[in-house]
Design a protein around this ligand. Structure first.
Ligand code: F6P
Length: 549
């Protein structure tokens, strides 16, 4: 019990019931669960929108799921969810509402923050984005010298990069192939260099994406981009035609020299990692066009409505979140793999890393107490089948429990040649084979039956019982991408609510930023910097020597 009378999570009856259940279950064997219930393969499935979700290959019984739902009800999941959708300030450490769901709400919705309906503002910005995107796509928006814009370079980092960059890759098949769209995030000058070295400045639009417009990496890269542009075009007025800003901070945008008429606004109730469906999606909208962008928003909204209204038994984000609680808090898993079987989703897991780990990587709960339960997992993964030839060995035969999500599509994208389309079945054969092998493994007797010499039997045995969720859709469309992202947003929400942490702040990234500012003068000018520990002092000296300073 906390001093405020609130029962600690791990002292709740629902938590201890799960711990007891876990003891009683002992080792869960998927072969046995499937043998006991021939309907499990179809029974343990759910549908949301275009997504078919199979959770049959999880180390859970009906009783486990029931107890997990009870834990969700006993904690704040549903009341906090409703408060989020209503626009209440559930991000308590920053005293902010959490309303990424308003970004995809229909025009006639009413969602109030401090008594003001924010939906008209959302649609006004979407309309302004639509107008601008169309002008760029049609060639009506011209560069300073009158040339058509052919290149769009998004400069941003974290949530101002990962979302649009991921979605651009995911929806490449829907993009205008005449446009070159690139994303620069790293303050390593090599990133900007590689992005612009072959571009004509007169045809290049820089989209500066920064919620705060104070992020050092972004401001530094944007300044270098402006220098590159002005060196080539030789007129300060060129900035107006070649720079737009996506931000909540008009003052800083103006101070940088970007006309605020060319600023696309969003608001403090949109978290950075929840922002790519806000103005932060501008470069994506230019690439795929406003209609496709709106289809994506509709996909998000569909899953928002599902999460808000579906009963607990069929609520997919709730299920995914609670399964993560089961593995992380009761079975000792430390990480979670997300393995998309789509080349277009090559940045999806990187995007989810910020979404999940920046949201739920916290050791202090909402009441300011240190938690004594595990919180957010390490999220990792790359597209199949590449991972199969790299790290899957460890998932199959290593010593760690790694729950994984497999995401696949029934159809390849339309523009592939017939020959390349034919490869899709091979890709998906791997997709299905992997989850089967992970779940059911191969027994020593099965290995012996293949005539394997006895000394190799242990090496060729697969114990199985590696849990996976399979998410299958017909094809990767803008709407399906929106559905997938919203699914994970709400999964992360569910887990944060159960763990009683604030999933919407990110104080943990501040210290490094402050220290970097302090160290920089020591590197550049050799300045005496106080407060450096002995190791860092020695490293800085070694760096200066190697750098020839
Ligand atoms: O990494 C910290 C962070 O604040 C993220 O949450 C955010 O997405 C990123 O930096 C970029 O911030 P901004 O959009 O303000 O430049």
């Amino acid at each position: 019990m906390n001093e405020d009378g609130r029962t600690r999570l791990n002292q709740r009856a629902e938590w201890t019931a799960l711990a007891k259940h876990r003891e009683e279950l002992g080792e869960v064997r998927l072969r046995e669960l499937f043998a006991a219930d021939p309907g499990r393969g179809t029974g343990c499935t759910l549908r949301v929108g275009d997504l078919y979700v199979d959770y049959s290959k999880h180390l859970v019984t009906d009783e486990t799921l029931r107890l997990l739902r009870e834990l969700a009800s006993a904690t704040d999941v549903f009341s906090l969810r409703d408060a989020m959708f209503r626009g209440e300030k559930i991000n308590t450490t920053e005293d902010r509402a959490v309303l990424h769901t308003a970004l995809r709400a229909p025009r006639d919705a009413v969602i109030e923050v401090d008594g003001e309906n924010v939906v008209p503002k959302v649609h006004a910005v979407l309309d302004k984005m639509t107008d601008f995107a169309e002008r760029v796509r049609s060639g009506q928006w011209q560069g300073h010298t009158g040339k058509r814009i052919r290149n769009v370079v998004n400069i941003g980092i974290g949530g101002s990069d990962l979302g649009p960059a991921m979605a651009y890759e995911a929806l490449r098949a829907f993009t205008d192939r005449e446009l070159t769209v690139r994303f620069v995030s790293n303050v390593d000058g090599a990133d900007l260099h590689e992005a612009i070295r072959d571009l004509d400045p007169a045809e290049t639009l820089f989209v500066i994406a920064s919620k705060t417009f104070t992020t050092i990496e972004t401001v530094t890269n944007a300044t270098s981009a402006r220098t590159w542009l002005l060196n080539a075009l030789g007129d300060d007025k060129a900035v107006a035609k070649h720079f737009v800003a996506l931000s909540t901070n008009a003052e800083k945008v103006a101070a940088f020299g970007i006309d605020t008429a060319n600023m696309f606004e969003f608001w403090d109730w949109v978290g950075g990692r929840y922002s790519y469906d806000s103005a932060i999606g501008m470069s994506l909208m230019i690439a795929i066009g406003p209609d496709r962008f709106r289809e994506m928003l509709d996909g998000f909204h569909l899953v928002d409505e599902h999460f808000r209204t579906a009963p607990a038994e069929s609520n997919v984000p709730l299920l995914m979140g609670m399964l993560g609680i089961w593995y992380g808090n009761f079975l000792g898993a430390q990480s979670h793999a997300v393995l998309p079987y789509s080349h277009y989703l090559s940045r999806f897991t990187a995007y989810l890393q910020q979404l999940d780990m920046e949201s739920n990587g916290k050791y202090v709960d909402r009441d300011g107490h240190e938690v004594d339960w595990q919180t957010g997992p390490v999220v990792w993964g790359t597209p199949g089948t590449n991972g199969q030839h790299a790290y899957y060995q460890l998932i199959h035969q290593g010593t760690k429990l790694i729950p994984a999500d497999f995401i696949g599509f029934a159809r390849p994208v339309a523009e592939l040649s017939d020959e390349l389309k034919a490869q899709h079945d091979l890709l998906m054969a791997n997709f299905f084979a992997q989850t089967q092998a992970l779940a059911f493994g191969k027994t020593p007797d099965e290995v012996r039956a293949e005539g394997v010499p006895e000394e190799l039997v242990p090496h060729k045995t697969f114990k199985g019982d590696h849990p996976t969720t399979t998410i299958l859709a017909r094809e990767l469309t803008p709407s399906v991408l929106g559905q997938l992202v919203a699914l994970y947003e709400h999964k992360v929400f569910v887990q944060g609510a159960v763990w009683n942490i604030d999933s919407f702040d990110q104080w943990g990234v501040e210290l490094g930023k402050v220290l970097a500012k302090r160290v920089e003068p020591a590197l550049t000018d050799g300045a005496e910097v106080t407060g450096l520990d002995a190791s860092t002092r020695a490293l800085v000296a070694a760096y200066r020597e190697l750098r020839g300073r």
